[in-house]
Design a protein around this ligand. Sequence first.
Ligand code: ATP
Length: 871
Amino acid sequence: MAKAKSPKKETPLNKQYNQIKAKYPGALLLFRVGDFYETFGEDAIKASKILGIVLTKRNNGGANQELAGFPHHSLDNYLPKLVRAGQRVAICDQLEDPKTVKGIVKRGVTELVTPGVSYNDNVLETKQNNYLASVHFGAKENFGVAFLDISTGEFLTTEGSKAYIDKLLQSFAPAEVIYCRQHKNNFESSFGDRFNTYTFDDWAYTYDFAYPLLTQHFKTSTLKGFGIESLKDGITAAGVILQYLSDTEHKEINHISGLTRLDEEKYVWLDRFTIRNLELIFAQHEGGVPLIDILDDTITPMGARMLRKWLVLPLKELKPIADRQDTVEVFVKNQELLEELRTLLKPIGDLERLISKVAVGRINPREMIQLNRALKQVAPLREMLQSLAAENKVFEKYANQLSDCEFLVSRITKEIKDDAPNVSNHGGIIKTGVDPELDEYQSIAFSGKDYLVGIQKRESDRTGIPSLKIAYNKVFGYYLEVSNAHKDKVPTEWIRKQTLVNAERYITEELKVYEEKILNAESKIFEIEHRLYHNLVLAAAEFVGQIQQNARVISTIDALASFATIALQNNYSKPVLNETNTIDIKNGRHPVIEKQLPPGESYVPNDLQLNEEEQQIIIITGPNMAGKSALLRQTALIVLMAQIGSFVPAEAADIGLVDKIFTRVGASDNLSRGESTFMVEMTETASILNNLSEKSLVIMDEIGRGTSTYDGVSIAWSISEYLHNHPKYKPRTLFATHYHELNQLTEDFSRIKNFNVAVKEVNGKVVFLRKLKEGGSEHSFGIHVAQIAGMPQSIVLRASEILHHLEEDHIKEKNKEKIKEAPKNNYQLSFFDSPDPKVEALKEKLGSLDPNSMSPIEALLKLNELKNLLD
Ligand SMILES: Nc1ncnc2c1ncn2[C@@H]1O[C@H](COP(=O)(O)OP(=O)(O)OP(=O)(O)O)[C@@H](O)[C@H]1O
């Protein structure tokens, strides 16, 4: 049908298809023809591949054309598969009843479903938000970003550096990203090519276009009320989202009732490496367990989504963290109450997504019953929270934000049947007593059906056909069915309609009259019920704001109750938070590893202190497999958990709030971006050193191991020096390393301390004690680990020999001396901290370089140019 070759041969249906197809470039068009959704040409090839449906060919205007389709009632089944495969799907429906039109039926696209814009429960993950992101490339390296989850109405915006936007994209993991077409290459080199994307023309990504779209939607004259007036690039990004909704035929969007500023200032900075390294929401390796899986014991999907957001946005300020903590504490101390609360939450389900469906008029009757069930829980929940106000004022705040929506609850209860179906145009929705007209038609339909049973009995008696049946089909309505054995008893006035193998089917005049009466009543019933239901949905839409607020409070309570449940299950304690620059953890554990140990093994807890006076940097040495990485990560995780309001896996923890957490943990290849492991390691480390702050926590695991030992030791050494001697900040740092040479740092740097994770050698075998002890360690026991790993014995023996030989050469001793003799230098600091304009210019030039794309000659010329700049 598409690409019909000769205009002469273009049928009206072809023409209609081509016109619609042209309006939605890049979308896969599902074209409703009768009871089927059909796809043609390229679309058919794609659809058949993704859906595993049959691809046929047919002659179309002399050319062969591919065709693939599926029954319309399977849309819910097939649509999510297409969308999950990254397709944008335009659903083209018949806009008129074919029975009532002569000629071609009017058709049009009723919805364009894309990965980032979907209400479909089969497309959405219950426990995850489904964000559409919009990225705006502003001036001076500033970027705007906006996120919308249309299924919940949540709409956020902010702006900032490329690194900030990159980090947000990683945290929010949007299902689709839109941006301006002219930045295609730039987008991929900045943020990667892992997203489903859609690009807009230049004109859309302008402030003057975007601003009025937002004010029109929110019916305000400015955006000041949202606190985003100054975010020009953020506004531009957000405005284009509204344009995208309009382009994709999403016109009912009243549930998007506000635009929230994602305030960078409020949250701890976690760069994208940290989110990945600490495995907060995704495991790095198949079979791994992310932290979210340990912490999430929420009851409602919206609670789970809230908790996920909290995890990537830990708080920086004491008060809101304390509010969360105090709530958790009340639940922890009162387990009976916690159980009662969680029982109350169970029937609530996904109130947040249900109310969005109300706002956009897509809620079905069965979901309306679910909405009612959820709302009925609000009053008892509110009372429970209110009763806790004496324990802590914060409960009063929660309680006051909940509204029972009594009017709506009583209307739904009065009007909707408990077993209402999931479609609104086939009756069975509205209770008796709601509408007199409806009741009248109901009684006609019912008595009509009784009457049919009467006819069946009467005719059976009259004709002596015992097995006579009355049934209905769409082709010829109500009929009498007579088995072949009794065919000869059929009266002459019956009209034969169909012959089956074993039976004949007949209609009679009397049946026709009743059929019409019943069918008429039935269609009236459908019509009236549909209208009444629609009115109820409109009435419910008045409650969108209140119910959205309920959903927010309930999600919060659910997430906090989850913290309490997990704290009780796993024996976590309440951390004490303060504004100092210390961290003091007593018997801390790793929340994930402790749950994964084989039966019989228990996690060995460890104490750890960091403070800016004496112990700012800890160098942790120890053999392979000793537990260095585990210790590093657990420290970062304990701090992070404390700042999302959770209890922590430790006997006690005093945490001086951090404002940035940096981690450089383990080697992570990024070969897809053409970078080597070492390059990635250095990039990540550079990003840490360039973004330090007053209250940073820095976790570095084996920096420098990706290169030769000399390079590695030198880099690790100079980084430690840099962190210690930084003129402005004293970032709390944990540094795990195999380079025992680094233990000598303590000799010159007062706030660097050596620790090791202890092992014991018993009868030539290494026993891991997992205990952190003061002082450095000398051996790596790498060969021992190779042996445990099953390396052939001959290799293990040979390696031991070589090691012995090397150690005899006192190479290490010599190295130690050499390092000591290296000139003490502070040039790194003076270099980067200098406000010298030459240096500034140099920095700018350096920043714009892309070493990966330069030839050696170009690099040399550039170097020369840079040098001249300094001269
Ligand atoms: N405190 C602990 N209690 C019990 N088991 C632990 C503890 N710490 C670590 N482990 C176990 O030891 C394994 C190795 O720990 P980890 O990866 O931290 O060692 P590492 O010292 O960093 O080793 P490498 O230097 O080889 O990277 C972990 O996977 C974990 O199963």
